[in-house]
Design a protein around this ligand. Structure first.
Ligand code: ATP
Length: 375
């Protein structure tokens, strides 16, 4: 039996408990619950308007929910008749519009949130500027810095007060790709070092995969799936969740006698009744392309289906081959991890890696049991 002391020590650092937020009649956040542990990075990921920023703003204390609670280290900071302002939540904020104070030097900007003796402040400011690679920049003004450098200053400013929780809303989106990777990795390593609980909003799957310990996939104000990046990528809860992370191919079929026949052979669908429409989903990199006649792909991978190359493009690390299938005249996209540009009209056979297929009923039904879908 856990003692009070034990249950406090295992309490999540940030806990969002059944939050609901309605603007006029629009339900922006709908009964949402989520915990973030110390040292953990959780990404809220989802399409525009799904409620990510509103959730973050409620956690920050700049928006107030109609129902539900926000707890920090087990103590209610919002809800149950209480609403502590942001500055009392020991929360660091880093938003897309990070707005440094233009009339303050870099060092003064970083010192802004600190409430300590001058000596101590200088030491902390110097320490954080060094950690973000700007040790010699303290006396400069923001307009003298590049975008990436300004973002690093904003990061140092957010980190210097040692917040227990960091809330970040698309914090790196103003940077070009290379700088973004650099600043993001730097931020992540400092936050991990300090054991900060991080809740980060992004609409970019790559960013979420790269940063998160767990991804909370949102839709319509709700979390539809939460898990480690590997888990959520390889075992999506439905077709839309699969499509959020990459291009997908969809092959349709209809259930008969507990299985769904397709041009790629039958798929077992034991949980579905006859005549249910089914979609078999596969990512381009899990379709194999064969150009030497119909291959024997082994019973486990069903059968290969024939088509003709419509277009082939080399896109850097891989080639993308678009194939018009004989059986339904639809296009499927396969990617191969090398340069290969077969001519338009070339006859090819495609086969699916069954262990990478996802099988879902087409409309509003729960996912079919797919033991082959996850590794
Ligand atoms: P994006 O990725 O585009 O920033 P988001 O997932 O962060 O989107 P939110 O900003 O949380 O979405 O908005 C969720 C919904 O609530 C949207 O339909 C938005 O228009 C609406 N909304 C957000 N803030 C307000 C507000 N202050 N007043 C009225 N409606 C709002």
């Amino acid at each position: 039996m856990a003692t009070d002391e034990n249950s406090f020590s295992t309490a999540p650092r940030l806990s969002l408990d059944r939050l609901t937020c309605v603007f006029d009649k629009l339900v922006a956040v709908d009964d949402l619950s989520l915990d973030v542990a110390a040292g953990e990075v959780v990404c809220l990921l989802g399409p525009s308007g799904c409620g990510k920023s509103t959730t973050l703003r409620i956690a920050a204390g700049v928006e107030e929910q109609q129902s539900g609670r926000v707890r920090v280290d087990g103590a209610v900071v919002s809800g149950e008749g209480r609403h502590a302002p942001s500055e009392q939540r020991q929360i660091g904020l880093m938003f897309q519009d990070f707005a440094l104070f233009p009339h303050l030097t870099v060092a003064q900007n970083v010192a802004f949130g600190l409430k300590r003796r001058q000596d101590d402040r200088n030491r902390i400011v110097a320490d954080y500027l060094a950690r973000v690679g700007l040790a010699d920049y303290g006396a400069k003004y923001p307009h003298m810095l590049s975008g990436g450098e300004q973002q690093r200053v904003a990061l140092a400013r957010a980190l210097a007060p040692k917040p227990r929780i960091m809330l970040m809303d698309e914090p790196f989106s103003g940077l070009d790709n290379r700088l973004r990777d650099e600043v993001r990795d730097e931020a992540l390593s400092i936050l991990k070092d300090e054991g900060t609980a991080v809740l980060l909003v992004t609409h970019e799957p790559d960013e979420a995969m790269r940063m998160a310990d767990r991804i909370a996939l949102m839709r319509g104000g709700r979390i539809v799936q939460i898990g480690a990046p590997y888990e959520i990528y390889n075992n999506p809860v439905d077709g839309r969740a699969a499509a959020f992370f990459s291009d997908i191919n969809i092959v349709h079929g209809v259930v008969q006698n507990r299985q769904t026949d397709t041009a790629f052979g039958p798929f077992l669908t034991p949980d579905l009744v006859d005549d249910v429409d089914v979609e078999v989903i596969i990512r381009p990199q899990h379709l194999a392309v064969h150009s030497d006649g119909q291959p024997d792909v082994g019973e486990q991978d069903g059968t290969a289906a024939k088509g003709r190359v419509e277009r082939a493009r080399f896109i850097g690390a891989q080639s993308l081959i678009e194939v018009r299938m004989d059986h339904d005249n639809k296009l499927l996209r396969a990617s191969v991890p090398h340069a290969w540009l077969p001519e338009q009209g070339t006859e090819v056979w495609l086969s699916m890696r069954r262990d990478r297929c996802f099988v879902f009923p087409c409309v509003n039904q729960s996912k079919v049991s797919t033991p082959w879908a996850a590794e």
